[in-house]
Design a protein around this ligand. Structure first.
Ligand code: ZN
Length: 98
């Protein structure tokens, strides 16, 4: 199933992306959601925008590198892969709540 794309508008409200070109907030990060078997929507991994596994950790790469905007979610596999690559310095939160 295709993930649902959402973003935060300027007021901090989570909105569904209907048309990517119409997002008025240039700093908006798009969050992908997948619908679980129980009908709940859950953020999914956005590793290079290709992975659609369920999110395992919320990560904050902008805290390491000021030039990089936004934050993202990583699945278990990509979380450990990224942490290893970055020497376990990637700020993260392992309790993804939604
Ligand atoms: Zn992943």
């Amino acid at each position: 199933m295709k993930p649902i794309l959402k973003y935060y508008d300027k007021k901090g409200n989570l909105k569904i992306v209907k048309d990517k070109n119409k997002i008025t907030n240039p700093a908006a990060s798009i969050i992908k959601f997948k619908v679980l078997k129980n009908g709940k929507k859950w953020p999914c991994c956005d590793f290079y925008g290709k992975c659609t596994n369920k999110a395992y950790a919320e990560v904050y790469p902008f805290l390491m590198n000021k030039g990089k905007k936004g934050w993202s979610y990583l699945c278990r596999k990509h979380y450990y892969k990224e942490q290893k690559r970055l020497g376990w310095k990637l700020p993260s939160c392992l309790s993804v709540e939604w």
